[in-house]
Design a protein around this ligand. Structure first.
Ligand code: ATP
Ligand code: MG
Length: 387
């Protein structure tokens, strides 16, 4: 395996001082699948304090789990001391972290066989649980007894489905059985951690695997609204890599008022809550001509393209055609801000109170139908009823 020079440097420095060091987890898995790893995690027999003594630039990013980040050429490499997890309470984090000098212990605490392979240039691959075979056969299999592993940390069940969608792997029978039996334990996991896995799942290229999530019974605990809905999840793979668009599609058969409650339940950021709620409200809007497109822009603003994508995904009309229409009107006046008259113009001609807003809205609608009429004189005459 061809390792980046900084990774080789780190492993060599550890080795020179009598410690072991291996790359492990996602980067080994990705490399074996022919995917370029996005980062390199290193596992070592050295204790965090020892790692900090060896390297000149480090940051204590997760010292409580034994992780020190070594920074070389502005890139961070997470170096974690071999550990076995202490006792788990409430199906969540272990009570304590116990360091060990054995790689075997560290690999046994990892979630899936495909994530439990270590590698360095001296020992080559250390694959104690058949992870390489499982990668070849495209299988997600729990390390050890899946039932026990899911009871220890219920988030692993979400991770199983997420990896299955990201990698297009199937879930091994015994692992799937344990998943179904322990689905209810997901209730003990914080919504933030569930959300992170769920969002990664729907940003993957294999949303048809959402079916596994439904089959597992976990959906009931954090998104019961989609159970029993007739949705072709595979269609999501063709949508933009945009969490707002993808969520809006998944929730397309859920009442739009409920959609905003769901987004709040996920503790999503306000911008996403508002965007998904708005897209859902407008998902049945009919785009029939340029006027209706301008009106859509006035309602959806910066979210217009997202709304168009969802409208087309739902009703089957051509996204390209709609975007062409959108591009042809996007610079026209579609908001009060762009209107050639403002409140003070109306006050000057004697309009007061509520009537100001009403007349501005009327003028905007007039301009959206015939954009060349967005001129001050023309609009004043229109409001005065002179034509
Ligand atoms: P990604 O490409 O998504 O980063 P990854 O495999 O690197 O995939 P991480 O969440 O970054 O996933 O975790 C790094 C490694 O730590 C995993 O490969 C796995 O060995 C281990 N790990 C992470 N979370 C758990 C968990 N909940 N239980 C057991 N092992 C875990
Ligand atoms: Mg990772």
């Amino acid at each position: 395996m061809q390792l980046p020079k900084n990774v080789v440097f780190i492993l060599n420095e550890l080795y020179k001082r009598g410690y072991e060091g291996y790359i492990v987890g996602g980067c080994v898995r990705d490399y074996l699948m022919g995917i370029k790893p996005h980062d390199y995690d290193i596992t070592t027999s050295a204790l965090p304090e020892e790692v900090k003594q060896i390297f000149s630039h480090t940051a204590d990013t997760g010292i409580q789990h034994g992780t020190v980040t070594v920074i070389i050429d502005k890139v961070g490499y997470e170096i974690t001391t071999y550990r076995i997890d202490g006792e788990y309470k409430d199906n969540r984090h272990p009570e304590e972290v116990i360091f060990t000098d054995r790689l075997t212990g560290d690999l046994s605490r990892r979630d899936f066989t495909i994530n439990a392979i270590a590698y360095n240039n001296i020992k080559g691959y250390v694959d104690l649980f058949g992870g390489m075979e499982d990668i070849k056969n495209r299988i997600i299999r729990g390390v050890g007894e899946p039932d026990k592993r899911f009871k220890e940390d219920a988030l692993r069940m979400m991770r199983a489905v997420r990896f299955s969608a990201q990698l297009d792997f199937s879930i091994e029978e015994n692992t799937m059985k344990a998943l179904k039996e322990n689905a209810g334990l997901i209730e003990n996991i914080s919504i933030e951690r569930i959300r992170e896995e769920f969002f990664k799942l729907i940003m993957s290229d294999h949303n048809e695997r959402l079916q596994i999530l439904l089959e597992s019974g976990m959906t009931e605990y954090f998104l019961p609204e989609i159970i029993g809905k007739d949705i072709d999840y595979g269609k999501i793979n063709n949508l933009s890599y945009d969490i707002v668009v993808r969520l809006s599609y998944i929730l397309k058969d859920v009442d739009s008022l409920q959609v905003s409650k769901i987004m709040k339940r996920f503790k999503a950021d306000n911008k996403s809550i508002n965007a998904v709620s708005l897209v859902s409200k407008l998902r049945e809007y009919e785009i029939s001509d340029l006027y209706s497109m301008r009106k859509l822009i006035s309602k959806a603003g910066e979210n217009t393209k997202r709304v168009i994508e969802i409208i087309c995904a739902i009703n089957g009309s051509s996204y390209e055609n709609c975007i062409e229409m959108f591009n042809s009107v996007k610079n026209d006046c579609c908001s009060l801000k762009e209107l050639a008259i403002g409140g003070s113009d109306l006050i000057n001609i004697g309009i007061k109170g509520k009537a100001i807003g009403e007349n501005l809205d009327r003028a905007l609608d007039y301009v959206m139908a015939e954009p060349w009429k967005n001129e001050r004189e023309v609009l004043i005459k229109y409001i005065k009823g002179e034509f």
